[in-house]
Design a protein around this ligand. Structure first.
Ligand SMILES: Cc1ncc(COP(=O)(O)O)c(C=O)c1O
Length: 468
């Protein structure tokens, strides 16, 4: 590249004009546009570096969410920009349909296979986590058709799961407001309870007993529907958008046993957990799950370019390849050369800097300790972390785990308070969650969790003031 990238200089934006244009023309995802207008419009992020974002109003913010759980190597990586530039100059686009390939998706596929162990040797590319999960539905249906069990198609998922926003993604997901708004789920998808001890356990029920009960809900549903009609189970190793739900240790081994007993394909949605987030390359490796299909996205390119993949185990791939003929599925940008080149370079950076090991041995345990220190806060009923995923449950009564009446209200107050401290965390209902870049240092974890404590103190004052 001839010119060096100057990440410090920013274009001289007219932020107020941008905010007005944004309200006039831009329909945002997951946004109440009317309320956004009343609140004066969006916060416009103009640049970023490391773990920090800068907005057009002059604020510097610690990004405790790595964007949307994705900027694993942090912002401002010249190497990734240079990789995209070089690839775009050499070959900006060509497709992977009709007996054609380009070098980057070939190299990336081999690399990802090597990170996944012996049983995963094929990967199908899409552009988002949602499309990776649409591909899952196509694969599950195709697989059982090819196995001459065309009725074995129902997919079991969980309430409060998030698998994306396309029709198939939102149907697989268990977010009731999404279902209600768009007449979902589509037929052939059913939901069971989530393994969320804090929300769902009975009084006195241990996490271990609860984990078995939550897994048993899957077995019960299989028996109700008839095992001959159920083809797959999908779950995030740790539910992200559902509130960083880390299942009890008894849950996944039982799920695995049930999937094997009833011949279900096990799908681990690694869109958040993949690429180092849990202290291994994939969440299923951390949790000891043996999936058959693995959708992935986000940390794959650290969000620098859109890309996702669906890794297919040899068990499924061999059927698809040996018996399937043409797989009539694909996107114009499947295996986009620039996105694949950036993903490959992103993985190399993670390897060179030992980011997975850093999460496993250093920052993950440190985040766990820092979050545990919040347990003495009067609003916090439970904290949990795994790798660089953290959750703190806000509740009205710590002992009984009683929630505030209007779930989500106090969480939103806390989220706004922490934003005012120039720190980004997310509220999933009344659960405060973090998922920082994997490059975060211990001092920045102190800053993040310190801001969370201050925000919780301010939230407690507000709760008293409003009599909630
Ligand atoms: C587990 C999981 N699956 C799928 C998706 C959908 O990904 P995308 O927003 O890229 O479509 C997400 C997004 O947050 C996710 O967390």
């Amino acid at each position: 590249m001839t010119e060096t990238l100057d990440t410090q200089s920013v274009r001289n934006y007219d932020i107020d004009a941008l905010k007005r244009m944004d309200l006039a023309h831009h329909l945002h995802p997951f946004t109440d546009t009317k309320s956004l207008a009343k609140e004066g419009g969006s916060r416009v992020i103009t640049r970023a570096e490391g773990c920090y974002l800068y907005d057009g109003d002059g604020n510097k913010m610690l990004d405790g969410m790595a964007g949307l759980w994705c900027v694993n190597v942090g912002y401002g990586r010249t190497e990734l920009a240079e990789t995209a530039y070089r690839q775009m100059m050499e070959l900006p686009y060509y497709n992977t349909f009709f007996k054609t390939a380009t070098p980057p998706p070939i190299e990336l596929s081999a690399k990802i296979s090597s990170l996944m162990g012996d049983e995963f040797n094929h990967i199908f590319y899409s552009n988002s986590g949602s499309e990776a999960n649409d591909t899952v539905v196509r694969l599950v249906r195709t697989y059982w058709n090819l196995m001459d069990k065309p009725q074995k198609k129902t997919i079991i998922s969980r309430w409060n799961a998030y698998h994306g926003s396309t029709v198939a993604g939102a149907s697989l997901g268990g977010m009731k407001p999404m279902h209600k708004q768009s007449d979902l789920p589509i037929p052939g998808i059913t939901h069971v309870m989530e393994p969320h001890w804090f929300n769902e356990a009975k009084p006195g029920e241990s996490p271990e007993d609860f984990g078995k009960r939550a897994a048993f809900a899957i077995e019960q549903r299989i028996q109700e529907l008839g095992p001959e009609n159920v083809g797959a189970f999908i779950g995030e190793p740790i539910q992200g958008a559902g509130g960083v739900v880390i299942p009890p240790s008894t849950y996944w081994p039982e799920v695995q046993r049930i999937c094997e007993k009833y011949d279900l394909l096990l799908i681990a949605d690694e869109v958040i957990c993949g690429f180092g987030r849990t202290g291994a390359w994939f969440g299923h490796q951390t949790l000891g799950i043996k999936p058959d299909i693995v959708p992935m996205a986000k940390g794959m390119s650290s969000g620098y370019l859109p890309i996702s993949g669906t890794a297919v185990s040899d068990k499924v791939a061999s059927v698809l390849i040996d018996k399937g003929g043409e797989f009539t599925h694909g996107y114009t940008y499947s295996g986009h050369p620039a996105a694949c080149a950036v993903a490959l370079r992103n993985i190399e950076i993670m390897e060179q800097e030992g980011l997975v090991e850093k999460v496993r041995d250093e920052t993950g345990p440190y985040l766990a300790e820092a979050f545990a220190s919040l347990n003495d806060h009067p609003l916090i009923g439970e904290t949990r972390t795994l790798g660089l995923l953290g959750a703190a449950e806000i509740c009205k009564d710590k002992e009984t785990r009683q929630r505030f009446a209007d779930v989500g209200k106090v969480g939103s107050i806390c989220r706004d308070k922490i934003m005012n401290l120039n720190t980004i965390a997310r509220a999933c209902g009344d659960t405060m969650v973090v998922s920082p870049p994997l490059i975060i240092e211990k001092s920045e974890i102190d800053q993040l969790v310190g801001a969370l404590r201050t925000a919780l103190d301010q939230t407690a004052e507000e709760v008293t003031k409003q009599g909630l």
